[in-house]
Design a protein around this ligand. Structure first.
Ligand code: 5AD
Ligand code: SF4
Length: 436
């Protein structure tokens, strides 16, 4: 009888990429994908630990899944990702949810297939969370969710230890794949009809800094640009401290490099940036963003911003708004600071009250939305290059795609997924452009 799997993926693109590997492993074992929880014989949850509210949501979901399993006892439940990479949480979940067959980490996907055999053949429960070894397993199968664009991991982990961030504690030291192995993977994707790749890492632009060879991110990009069938290259996330002028110039000069740079600001206050251990100050960030605006005027700049970091005063928050007002980000992900056990900032004094964080967050969102709308409005009447992704989620008469500068575009017409077309923008809302 056919067996079905479903994956619940939370958090960032790294988790989406891990889920694609898990899907590849499961399909190799004969499972088929189902998009309904109730028809699944196996459900894995890939978790995010970056903020407390993500964790709470996941605990709620686990309760639901265990209930579902009561009516379907043969169902296999598993949980992996950044939450379970923390020992105490992994143990707590294992004990609190006896219906959970396997608890695994982020660094042992290569053992998942074998673990599943043990669960099925020996009816055992498994707790298999590894310490991060630094090994890279880049020959695991992958099932991409789409057939025209794919995520490709280029480096794993992070060495930066921003004081609010759990990532270095759960994903370990930064380690880069080799250019050769990445190029082979992208060439294989190209041979299978893929036209766009998004290169992923917690810190893509420090690619190669952990290697003895004279390798770096720009070199990797130049290698990938050579692959003819790949028409578009994106990357995320970049750290401002590792953003070289050479990289910005490459984005400017190479047609295949999408004109979009995601450059997390986190805070506009130099005092807070220092406490965050970001290794740049307001001036340095502004100069970088000004340089991008000057060299690539058609590029979008997007960002991540945290409000309410410990010790953030109203004056510090106004510095953040000042940077937003100058750079006029085309889009921004905004967050209220969330205390993460084990990180340095969790022990800092002067934690900001929840009410204050909320109030600053709402003000920031208002400001960011205003610039997002201005950015979309500025595209009215312009010609843009769009790759067709499929039908819009809300209306299947309408097609949806991404412009070169990563804006969501809706349009009508007789196009195939993966076509790259030129459209003229005739209408906009804060979140969508309409093209014809
Ligand atoms: N609290 C709030 N936001 C956080 N981020 C990371 N850690 C925290 C935290 N403890 C945000 C940062 C990062 C994004 C992925 O999540 O802005 O860039
Ligand atoms: Fe976290 Fe900073 Fe590393 Fe990004 S660069 S993953 S925010 S520690």
């Amino acid at each position: 009888m056919k067996q079905y799997y479903h994956l619940l993926t939370y958090g960032c693109q790294m988790n989406v990429a891990d889920s694609e590997t898990i899907a590849g492993i499961l399909e190799e074992k004969g499972y088929s994908y189902t998009d309904e929880l109730t028809t699944a014989d196996l459900i894995f949850v890939i978790t995010c630990a970056v903020r407390d509210n993500a964790e709470q949501k996941i605990y709620g979901k686990l309760g639901e899944l265990v209930k579902l399993k009561e009516s379907k006892p043969h169902m296999i439940l598993g949980i992996g990702g950044c939450m379970t990479q923390q020992d105490e949480i992994a143990k707590r979940i294992y004990q609190r949810f006896p219906g959970m067959n396997i608890v695994f980490g982020t660094d042992n996907l290569h053992k998942l297939s074998q673990d599943l055999d043990i669960i099925i053949e020996e009816s055992k429960r498994i707790m298999d969370v590894h310490e991060i070894t630094g090994n890279i397993y880049d020959d695991l199968p992958k099932t991409h969710t789409e057939r025209h664009r794919a995520f490709v991991n280029i480096n794993f982990g992070c060495n930066n230890f921003c004081t609010y961030c759990i990532v270095p504690h759960v994903r370990g030291q930064e380690r880069s794949r080799s250019i050769k192995s990445i190029k082979n993977e992208v060439a294989r994707l190209a041979a299978n009809g893929y036209k766009e790749v998004t290169l992923l890492g917690q810190n893509v632009n420090s690619f190669g800094s952990d290697s003895d060879n004279d390798t770096n991110f720009v070199k990797l990009l130049k290698n990938l640009i050579e692959i003819e069938e790949i028409k578009r290259i994106r990357f995320m996330t970049s750290h401002p401290k590792d953003m070289s002028l050479e990289l910005i110039q490459l984005v400017r000069d190479e047609e295949k490099m999408c004109k979009h740079i995601h450059l997390p600001l986190q805070s506009g206050s130099s005092k807070i940036l220092n406490k965050m251990n970001r290794k740049y100050d307001q001036d340095k960030y502004l100069n970088l963003a000004r340089y991008i605006r000057k060299e690539i005027p058609q590029a979008t700049i997007t960002t991540d911003i945290i409000v309410g970091f410990p010790g953030e005063t109203e004056a510090d928050f106004l510095e953040t708004l000042r940077v937003v007002d100058e750079i006029k980000f085309d889009a921004a992900y905004t967050f209220a600071y969330s205390k993460r056990p084990g990180t340095r900032a969790a022990c800092y004094e002067n934690q900001v009250s929840e009410d204050e964080k909320k109030s600053r967050l709402y003000k920031l969102i208002d400001r960011v939305n205003m610039y997002m709308e201005i950015s979309n409005k500025s595209r009215l009447g312009q010609k843009i290059s769009v790759m067709v992704d499929g039908t819009s989620k809300k209306d299947n008469e309408v097609l949806s795609g991404r412009s070169d500068d990563n804006k969501l575009v809706h349009f009508r017409g007789d196009y195939k997924v993966g076509d790259i077309i030129e459209l003229e923008v005739y209408d906009y809302s804060p979140h969508v452009l309409w093209g014809k």
